[in-house]
Design a protein around this ligand. Structure first.
Ligand code: GLA
Length: 388
């Protein structure tokens, strides 16, 4: 039996029927453009081959049933009841409730979730579960949401049920990503362009610090508030601006002394990062991956010193690449306070680098560093459809 057959059998044993739909939706990497999405800025992520998979079927019961295969956890819920839950259950409830709220057109269902996007590594495992479910429910109940609408809906599920006021990058990439392409996304207009990710002899390597980002959701929301405070303050000086996308460094510098320092730093980082994303995108289009790498280092510098979302372990891993001519760029990836670094590294250097850095990391921090070689993959898709 292959893996799909094993989980289908489990579904059948649990729910007494085979699934009508099997859906996959991927995690993502982000080349550059961190903490810019909720500031109406630009990002350059890509969907990966690691996915959340869900098996789904309508049921005739008065309630819905959900099972997380990898955790061996089960729960039941009623559609009309707003229940409190955490972890994976809040993803399920969040998506279901948002969909009910948008179009009152879903009935009870059974769902099994599994997947191979590592948790807490900054590869968007939560978004991939939410997107897989939203994509599947959309199909199962014929709701006709577009992928963009689903991205927005799953982002709202995260806001309202998980409590993270995230931007739209992760959900958009999971739903609209394309294999072998980076996604240059304008997070205000949602206009996007697919840029071939051609790295020649270089590959993307993630180094997971295995630091679980406990501060992540609270500090994430604080960063967002600080940026909003910055915009409010700037609007007194420049009444026409709507967000940090309308601000440049000169506009900030001119009034630097009037700013609260921490707010100034947060705004400066975002304004600079937006510029870097646009330049990095051109560099990638012209095959200048050395330049892309340089922007990645600058991005990390800003995230660490101005935006203050890095940690000792991430800084150590980035620092360790700096004198290595076979590594073109390195930076922390995702929300921060743990998770992975993303590196552009020559394919022949992958093993030597891992061999060299792993024992040092273990010695310094008393935990393992986990490497992942990134393979890209497609956005959300139907694997099996038995809907009659
Ligand atoms: C998390 C959020 C995204 C984005 C990144 C930081 O992954 O879900 O919306 O803000 O952090 O770039």
């Amino acid at each position: 039996m292959n893996t799909t057959q094993i989980i289908e059998k489990k579904f059948n044993n649990l729910f007494g029927n085979l699934p009508e739909l099997v859906i996959k939706s991927p995690g993502r990497v982000n080349l550059i453009g961190e903490h810019t999405d909720y500031n109406e800025g630009w990002v350059l992520p890509a969907s990966i081959d690691k996915c959340s998979t869900i098996l789904l079927r309508k049921n005739e019961l008065e309630y819905s049933r959900a099972y997380a295969y990898d955790l061996d956890e089960y729960f039941e819920f009623k559609l009309e009841q707003n229940q409190e839950h955490d972890g994976w259950k809040s993803y399920i409830l969040g998506v279901t409730m948002e969909m009910l709220h948008e179009k009152n057109n879903i009935g009870n269902f059974d769902v099994l979730i599994t997947g191979n996007v590592p948790f807490g590594a900054g590869m968007s495992s939560s978004a991939s579960i939410e997107c897989a479910l939203a994509f599947g429910l959309n199909e199962l109940f014929q709701n006709n949401f577009s992928r963009k609408e689903l991205a927005h809906l799953t982002q709202m599920a995260e806001h309202h049920f998980v409590g993270v006021k995230c931007g739209i990058m992760d959900q958009f990439t999971s739903l609209l990503g394309k294999n072998q392409k980076a996604l240059f996304l304008d997070c205000k207009t949602l206009e996007h362009e697919y840029i071939p990710l051609e790295l020649g002899d270089y590959i993307l390597l993630l180094c997971n610090t295995n630091v679980s980002h406990s501060l992540a959701s609270s500090e994430y929301n604080v960063r967002r508030e600080q940026c909003e405070e910055g915009v409010k303050f700037l609007q007194k000086l420049y009444p026409n601006i709507l967000s940090l996308r309308n601000v440049n460094e000169k506009m900030l510098e001119k009034y630097q002394e009037l700013f609260e320092e921490i707010i100034y730093q947060r705004c400066l980082y975002v304004v600079q990062e937006n510029e870097r994303v646009k330049k990095a995108k051109s560099a990638l289009q012209y095959g200048k991956i050395q330049i892309l790498g340089k922007y990645m280092y600058k991005s990390h510098q800003g995230l660490s010193t101005l935006y203050d979302v890095s940690c000792e372990e991430l800084d150590f891993l980035v620092e360790a690449t700096k004198n290595n001519s076979q590594i073109l760029g390195s930076r922390m990836m995702g929300g921060g306070f743990g998770g992975c670094t993303i590196n552009i590294i020559h394919k022949n250097e992958v093993d030597p680098f891992i061999e060299q850095i792993s024992p040092k990391y273990l010695e310094k921090f008393g935990k393992e560093m986990t490497p992942y070689i990134v393979q890209l993959g497609d956005g959300a898709r139907i694997i099996e459809n038995q809907i009659k």
